[in-house]
Ligand binder design. Sequence first.
Ligand code: CA
Length: 231
Amino acid sequence: MTDSTDPVILIVEDEPAQLELLCYNLEKENYNVIRAENGEDALMLVEEETPDLILLDWMLPDLSGLKVCRSLKGNLKHSNIPIIMLTARGEEDDRIRGLDTGADDYVIKPYSVKELLARVRAVLRRLRPGSVVERLEHGGVIVDTSKHRVTVRGRVVDLGPTEFRLLLTLIEKPGRVWSRDQLLDRVWGRSADVGTRTVDVHVGRLRKSLGSTGEENPIRTVRGFGYSFGG
Ligand code: CA
């Protein structure tokens, strides 16, 4: 059973069999599914329903998936809605162009539904906190997700996208201890091909950005386990 608090997913796919398969599987996972069979309808539905995530087929009649993606990512009102592109094998250049235009992930057809569902979960985990809470504050650090801005005791700090997501994850639950694997899952997503060492590298960068004023750094190392923010 779905209810109104479950994430809304827009599927844009012109092949009826594919569309049905996706709807069936996503509804089984308790997502609220809305559907469009072409780009124009997709843009209209985004305007009306503001979905939490969009699965966007690359090859659509008339307005292509690429154009839909560009249009949404270029519009401040919708640019934070994550998009997973569905692309056919052999469209390698297109895949890369898709990511250049701001798509958050892509899946190659024919895809395994299980893998696609895992990607959906990873993207929602990674990006949804920011679309729900606008301002998080702890220990002098303020994250304003609507402006994508971080300040430390009034000083604006410039963070890369990974450091920003990492900070968002940590500051969401001050005092909670995260293992490196949990952070990998939340910040990079399960499908990412990175190791736990990557977590250390980015925590190091984040610490440096947050802590150059000499006060105690808010990110604590929990030896042999991982990290926590404050606490
Ligand atoms: Ca198609």
